[in-house]
Design a protein. Sequence first.
Lengths: 388, 1003
Amino acid sequence: MAEDEISKLIEETGAFDCVECGKCTSVCPAAVYDTEFAPRLIVVKAQEGIKDDPMTKKNIWVCLTCEMCNSMCPYKVNYTGFIQGLRSMYFRRGEVPICSQGGLVHTMQRLMAKEDLKQNRLGWVDDDIKISKDKGEVLLFTGCAYQLGTIFDDRAAFLRDVPKSAVKILNAAGVTPVVLEDEVCCGHDLLWVGDEDSFLKLMDKNIERIKATGVKKVVFTCPECFRTFDVDYQDFSEDLPFEMVHISEFVKDAIDDGKLKLRNIDKKVTYHDSCRLGKHMGIYDPPREVLSAVPGLEMIEMERSREKATCCGVNAWANCEENGKKMQIDRLKEAKGTGAESMLTFCPKCEIHFRCATHNKVPVPIEDVDIEVEDFTNLIAKALEDGE
Amino acid sequence: MTEKVGAVLVIGGGPAGIQASLDLAEMGLKVYLLDERTTIGGNMARLDKTFPTNDCSMCILSPKLVAAGRHPNIQLIMNAEVKGITGEPGNFKVRMKRYATYVDETKCTGCGVCAEHCPIEGVNEFDMDLAPKRAIYIPFPQAVPLVFAIDPGLCIGCGECKQFCKADAIVYDYESEVESDLSVGAVLLAPGYDLVDPKVKTEYGYGKFPNVVSNLDFERILSASGPTAGHVIRPSDGDVPKRIAFIQCVGSRDAQTGNTYCSSYCCMAALKQAVIAKEHTEDLEAHIYFMDIRAFGKQFEEYVTRAEEEYGVHLHRNNRIANLVEDSNGDLILRYHEEAEIFEEKFDLVILSAGARPPREAKSLAKALGIKLNKFGFCETDGFTPLDSSAPGIFVCGAFSAPKDIPDSVAQASGAAGKIAGLLGEVKNTLVQPKEYPAEIDVSGQEPRIGVFVCHCGINIGGVVDVPAVMEYAKTLPGVAYAEQNLYTCSQDTQEKIKEVIEELKLNRVIVASCTPRTHEPLFRNTVREAGLNQYLFEMANIRDQCSWVHMKEPVKATEKAKTLVRMAVAKARLLEPLPVSKVQVEPSALVLGGGIAGMSAAIAIANGGYNVHIVEKSDRFGGHLNTIYHTLTGLDPQEVLEETRKEIEEDEKITVHLNSTLEQLSGYLGNFESKLSDGSTVKHGIIVVATGGLEYEPKEYMYGEDEMIIPQTELGRRLAKGEFDAKNVAVIQCVGSRNEEYPNCSRICCFTAMANALRIKKEHPETSVYVLYRDIRTFGFAEEYYNEAARAGVLFVRWDPESPPVVTKENGQIVIRVTEQFIEDEIVIKPDLVVLNAGVRANPDNEELAKMLKVPRTEEGYFLEAHMKLRPVDFATDGIFLCGLAHSPRLIWESIAMANAAAARAMTVLSKGEVESEGATSVVDADKCRGCGDCEEACEFGAARLVEVEPGVMKSQINEILCKGCGTCVATCCNRAITLRHFRSEQIMQMIQAALDLEGKT
């Protein structure tokens, strides 16, 4: 590995500021279960230029990139960015992680990066909803929820409803969104396993196609797509000429402006801040404000919420193993412990991973963890007032 | 030019403001000491104990509070703030605003009856809101001024206090705020610091988890006079904590809060708190989680070792705790990373070591006075002038210019006083007049005629003790000619009454039975002097603290005890004798030993104050160690300053230069020294400043001297300055000859030097790699920024453990350093073309001989030992001798300069008086009984007892009454009972004991 690449990474992520205090490591959810892993050691070793390359593959792939470390660092070092950079270097050297599902999801995404791909992206659109395929003010970036819902139909089939739910919400607020026929995956997972080349191809396609529509605003349901556009696309290319909002922000504003009314749902719920929407993008309040606007809905916070929320245990399909499962079980226990009937979240990955944890055998009594995992966007769609 | 004003406004009444006020007042300047609070003492008054001596904070501070409170040249202006300034240095008009306390300070006697009857309870900010206070209150019992104040936010105006105040001190209809102007020649800023609010670090749950407290909260919990009366208990359930943790760097070294500086004191404070907590609870387990342990002060490192080895305090290096989780029991769980493992620990109580932030009034002060603040909001100062604010005539000291601990603050305070004395030297004694007393009445041969004044102290004493009965009883005692009772014996009208009675009834002894001599004896002594009696014909009986307070539930027994105390006082009074106070003229000149930057700065400051100075330098050139330093961390060139200072020394007519010269013989004492110098001259001088500096350690380790590629840091500095640096790969080894068995302490300056050199290399030779091999980085205060900058510039920091230090070898012509990075537990191999040894500081070996001549103590490492490590950093216990710079301990350049100014100021408090007075109550030797053993000389801390050869072969002890403090140690030491302490003579004490045992009162 080229030393100047590391130096550049140290500079870009502010890692030179690391004073080796260890806050990142003591708060790291991965380090709790895997004591060989320590964010600060990765940075310090890289800084010291240790020759025998102690950054074993295991180490950097163990990172969940949840940014708990970033949020705690007294010197604002971007550890997660550091890991991302290292992963790209490793990937270029051909050192790739073992991914779950035999790398199926990555393969699907790489396929989309190819020039000659013809996909049926809008198979879920029906007459109940109004969309535009080319021009408009607002674009809905649907992401891979539909595809994931298909791949994981045994545990998260409800994901297939998410894009349609999103359009329903937009329609209810008086918006006919543009939805692209040739939208491709945002590239999040490829970027986070270090495959920068494929990621850049996907990025270019998406940016070019969205720019062509002339929209002023892009709405996302998936926290990963949202982060990838807002942070990574703008890092790797240039400032994008459209506003990017998360659907929770959109709904909150629409409610505030009187454009959207939600009907009664009698239910106790709790909310899981996914790392991308929470720690990465700092969106904590809008989802909570939306929930409080649903009459009859009782929201019970988990002890570890907002910036303290724990991780779903897997990042970019690269580290699905026993520690991830422990994290999922712990989180589900916490959610169940609130007395809520369901745990809401926006992130399809979180939903799949949590569902997966209880899909087969669990090491604890099932009644401790059998809380419903529900998609937030789907819930809002259900709460739309009839006739709108 | 406008006329200068011989007065100074000191803003802030913490230890720095108090010290500066006392020094200025002693130099003959009028002082206005202004504070936002209703009492002086600052944050130090809140502390339980102080490092590194574990002295009780209040015990050492309280005498200073009292001294400032009763000094005739100091006027306290409490509950006030500054609004604006006009004029110029030497003659300012300062606009100030005072907020009403609704209590007449001239009438309030501090008895406390008002607070007893106040029905309203709020929280006491002084006790960090952990204890209650009434709406009319004093924040702590030792408060100075001892004047109650009404908190307008709490008071409901019910009138209870007014009804019960016998002194009629409560005035509800004061204007709530009054503005007025002060005329002063200079302003000194000493507003100190405030604590970072730990709530901003939400991850620690301060304010949410009851068992998470701040370091200042914990001081109050440890304090015997605190909210828990010194019982270490935790807030949630009052249980005694058995496992406590300290989390360091809360709001320091933290970019999230913007406070990227180091607060300098928290490491030592946490160690001290851990040690003291263990003294409270023997089986307590204390853990400290920190990054670097910053024990850079004098003998601090030894304190760390003691805490770890003797007290078993657990230190967790490189560990800042990320967050705390509370369990259902109120215990706190934290996680940390050590030896490649994550540990989870549960604690009963967690203390957050909150750092310093600028005092809350910083912005308004800056606006009112037109001074600049730095980017953190502290007062801006320049590299070599740490005591000057950005506005001429406005000076600064203490934590307001950068977080620092108490001795550094106190040294700066005296230093600033010295600078002000330079500005206002010509107008000293223009606004203060020495007090004139009538000629003393000769009472020799008279029978005792004792007057006894018994105080009710409102109902503070009278509510428990039967004061009329005590008075009547006093009348029956032999020798008592008169007795009366007073509502408040300390009130102004009673002082007049006492004087009248002395005159009318020809009283020749006076006793006041009231409160404590600590606060009130000087007042009454002054009264009897005004009536023409010698002040030692006065005696006090403390029937408040020892009777009405401690026996408040047993009035009959309290009254009996009061009678006994009065009987004892009378017994002693019968034997009181007038004690003369001897005076000696002070030779108004100074001898400064050492011509480094400290000695030169001290000499110039004293000369600026208007006194002649002899400066003695051993070598042929001024500048000392500074001659070898070419750049500082802040990028300044010391050679420029050195050149200017040298020129000043040479051109100042008041300074006589003695180069190539040393002190050969010293005689005399405070005010009257005579020195023979090796250049043949004999010098008379009133005081001595010791500024003999230190040396750079010559390494024995790391192959030093065996290869020209291995050099000390001064050589690196020289090469960089002279353009002779051409290395491509530099390894800098820290702590060479410091923090080891031979020399246990930290040399303080080496981390600064390392950063300065590393940054210069990176700036001028960006392609050169720099490794700094360190144990702890100790860039305290704002220097932390340079550590960050060095890291950013690509300097690589490798931490090593003292168990496995770096190994330097030469292999095939190549220097190779192998070092185990403590943190990643892996060996790193560096092949440098230049190895820089950051060699520590050593005490000047000449100190040994000099200490014998001066009869002053040294530390084990050979530095001179000051009178008190916390509050008297530049004084020796022996009066008239002062110290500064590296003679004291390793210092940075600007610290040495500030300290030199401090030593100069302390010296000028003596020189400005013209004469010094002795205590009357001093020891005296009966030469017939003295066998010349010398035990007294050894025991005397103040250098007052000396063995003198009175005839060939016959040694006798002589006690210099000017130097004697009357402590009595020599009396107790003398095996032959040859020494008597006047005013506490054995027969006086015996009479008191007999009186105490004789219940009939007939002795």
